[in-house]
Design a protein around this ligand. Structure first.
Ligand SMILES: [Ca+2]
Ligand SMILES: [Ca+2]
Length: 408
């Protein structure tokens, strides 16, 4: 029964509300009616070592890329009988710090004009020379063989401040539809927001940052978009670092952009009680560390931000999972029954849920668990992936990539 608890909870609440209002308990969109999915190995001939990210450039090719946490990016052909990968970039070794379980090569984003400029960006944890931090670098493909990266082309774009802890490093980088690079960075780590960074926009911790990789300015290798919060409203966002796009996030391991409407969805990893799904907006405040999910987080009462807090669109308790992996809004053609659903999962339990938003209200019309754990493989969900056709995948920590398909 535990596996359908989230559906029951939603229905029970709606029924209670209807009863309270004196109306019949009829739901316009019952939570349990969301279509169920199955997982099926998409490339059975391919197995990866700690895969953490799936990415592709819109370059007209049929090549897909998977990031391995230890520091490799592997390329492979998207046809389903592919049995070989090719090393695109290998920076394993002292450059990439793998001391902490959450550290390593974590993010990959191709420049929107990759086809023309051969540029791509990576996020990795670094230690040497002696300072724990996160790094975002620009690389280019090799001039002699554009199907591989040139490791010597690295130019560091952005580095975090010294990070006192090995956990909560965020690690996701994506280009938005605005052409800017978004970077997630956790609250530094340990527990209880030790640097009191969550509500503080002055530092980069506990945020998603947004930078312009094409227009270096003010002595930095990147520029600041003119409508970043600190530039567009000096009252509400007074004192915010110019890079900060939103605050109140504990540790966004994954965020993605809806390819249809361009909005950003994130899974924010909670502490001991609640995991949450947030729709990310410019200047948003997602509550950490005075809120965990839709609940007060009583250990931290200091509130410094004037930015109003935004409730998550969905959450689940730690009886159902312990570490959310944000997914995608399904926009593929193959499975119209999944259209518009944001699909996300849990790293620890392998459970998968979907939420359907009510219009564009930021509120859920329906939330339900959509993977039957009795008939599907239980995998640690490190990431979701989306191919050029909009079809979705799960990157299992068992090394396999699973396609998401509707259950028959
Ligand atoms: Ca950290
Ligand atoms: Ca902060």
């Amino acid at each position: 029964m535990i596996s359908i608890r989230s559906s029951i909870r939603t229905i029970a609440f709606a029924s209670l509300l209807s009863t309270f209002l004196g109306t019949p308990a009829i739901l316009a969109q019952p939570a349990g009616s969301l279509p169920q999915i199955n997982l099926k190995k998409a490339w059975p001939g391919l197995k990866f070592d700690r895969p953490v990210a799936f990415a592709l450039p819109e370059d007209g090719s049929k090549t897909l890329y998977v990031v391995e946490q230890n520091g490799r990016i592997l390329a492979f052909d998207e046809s389903k009988d592919t049995k070989e990968t090719k090393t695109f970039l290998d920076i394993r070794g002292p450059k990439v710090n793998r001391e902490g379980n959450e550290e390593g090569l974590l993010g990959l984003a191709f420049h929107p004009k990759f086809k023309d400029n051969g540029q791509f960006f990576v996020y990795y944890s670094a230690m040497k020379p002696g300072k724990r931090r996160s790094v975002v670098s620009r690389f280019e493909v090799s001039k002699s063989d554009p199907s591989t990266a040139d490791p010597a082309s690295e130019k560091i774009l952005w580095e975090s401040a010294e990070d006192p802890f090995g956990n909560h490093n965020g690690g996701c980088i994506e280009f938005g539809p605005d052409g800017y690079l978004y970077i997630s960075l956790g609250d530094s780590g340990a527990a209880d927001d030790p640097l009191l960074s969550g509500q503080d926009g002055k530092d980069w911790w506990g945020s998603i940052l947004r930078i312009d990789v094409d227009k270096p300015a003010d002595g930095k290798p990147y520029g600041i978009p003119a409508d970043n919060p600190a530039l567009r409203d000096k009252t509400i966002f007074a004192g915010w670092a110019p890079e900060v796009y939103c605050i109140g996030l504990r540790n966004v391991w994954k965020f993605t952009f809806d390819r249809e409407d361009g909005r950003c969805w994130a899974g924010d990893v909670g502490q001991n009680l609640w995991e949450e799904v947030d729709i990310i907006v410019n200047g948003g405040n997602y509550g950490w560390s005075v809120r965990e999910g839709k609940h007060a987080f009583p250990k931290r009462q200091r509130v410094t931000s004037k930015a109003p807090k935004i409730e998550p669109i969905a959450e689940y308790p730690h009886s159902e999972g312990k570490s959310i992996t944000g997914g995608y809004v399904y926009r593929g053609k193959k499975h119209p029954q999944l259209a518009g659903l944001y699909i996300y999962g849990d790293f620890e339990t392998g459970r998968i849920w979907a939420v359907r938003e009510k219009d564009k209200s930021g509120k859920a019309e329906a939330v339900a668990e959509v993977l039957d754990m009795k008939t599907n493989p239980r995998v640690q969900i490190a990431a979701f992936g989306q191919d050029r056709a909009g079809e979705l995948y799960v990157l299992g920590f068992d090394g396999f990539i699973y396609a998401i398909e509707p259950a028959k």
